[in-house]
Design a protein around this ligand. Sequence first.
Ligand SMILES: Nc1nc2c(ncn2[C@@H]2O[C@H](COP(=O)(O)OP(=O)(O)OP(=O)(O)O)[C@@H](O)[C@H]2O)c(=O)[nH]1
Ligand SMILES: [Mg+2]
Length: 395
Amino acid sequence: MNSFYQTDIAANIMEAIAKEKKDMKVLNVMLLGKTGVGKSTLINNLFNERLAETGIGKPVTQDIRRYEKEGFPLVVYDTPGFELGGENAMNRLLDSVNSEIKKGYKSFDIEKSIHCILYCVSATSHRFEDIEVNFIKKFLDENKDVNIPVIIVITQALSKKDASELKSCIEAENLGVTQVIPVLAEDYEIDENTVIKANGLDNLADVIYEVIPEALKKTYVAVQKASLNLKVKKSHAIVVGAAASAAATGAVPIPIADAFVLVPEQVAMIASITNVFGFSLEKSAITAIVSATLGTAGTTVAGKTVVSSILKLIPGAGSVAGGAISGAVAAALTAALGEAYIGVMMAVAKGKLKIGDLSTSKGKKFITDAFKKALKLKRDSKGEPIEDAKDSKKE
Ligand SMILES: Nc1nc2c(ncn2[C@@H]2O[C@H](COP(=O)(O)OP(=O)(O)OP(=O)(O)O)[C@@H](O)[C@H]2O)c(=O)[nH]1
Ligand SMILES: [Mg+2]
């Protein structure tokens, strides 16, 4: 593929990434809980940006601080612990929180509403105090009509036993919260030989996904980093959609010279998957991905053009007749590209590949191999892989 097409496609993808990012609705999460229970640590490990460190918390009211970062569609409302000030402090915080919530509710603007509350209790405290029970009860009672999901997060869950005892104890209060979830947000080092691994964050991340409003789910999947599973599921749905539309609308990648040029559906697919993973990629990385898949995947096959060597890998594709390819082949090609791209994003998310590696020969080989493997799968007319007869018999 000549470099003009590659940079052109990369520029289109970059533009689509930026546009989609800009259009993402802002997710608002509120933190509650005593001083030092691990609210900031939780937020820093749950989301892609360490907001509690880098963000400048702006005071919203005397009690509530707002953390956000330009270009990142998440706002975290942080509140102080009320444990030292007793009943008065509790009521004051309750008033501030309630009025903040009402303000959003009355605005009829989903981006100004609080979408989820994380109430943090430390597992190391072994108890859930009456004042906290009262706070949550009053809060839920006063916000019945707003119906905000409240998740109680048992933070600093170093011991499974302690955490589960505290969980039972909280659940016995029948508060009407969404769920009680133990979490150790960061590895905890007891001594240099003993480290308790962080755990529970993926479960918390999945539960938050279930309870937030539909309109914010896309943002949430992108800004959270604790559940790779959510990202993979969402990415597969994007690929299936793009492949189906390629099959149905005849949105086929166009072979030009000896390479394919992506049509808007494939450009949008790559952009959306990039945003699901929440990475910011340089144009050079995108160019590398395009060239390692649709551009040069077949150049090692002597004497063949790229187009026919790619098509040769797709079961049943035959060859290009007069520059046209069938809907099923377009779907297979789209799906293979999407799946290979998910593989690359996963490798980056798991630390097996660095973003900087993508434009090196190591990265390109990784991408090319993933693409070729995906091309070789047998697929139905919508581009979805058909399971091997042997595999389906097992069930
Ligand atoms: N290793 C480890 N340390 C934690 C964890 N959660 C909290 N901590 C530690 O506990 C201390 C308090 O945590 P923060 O996240 O600052 O608590 P906070 O609730 O934001 O505190 P305030 O903002 O002061 O109310 C810090 O020293 C954290 O490093 C965790 O999951 N793992
Ligand atoms: Mg804090």
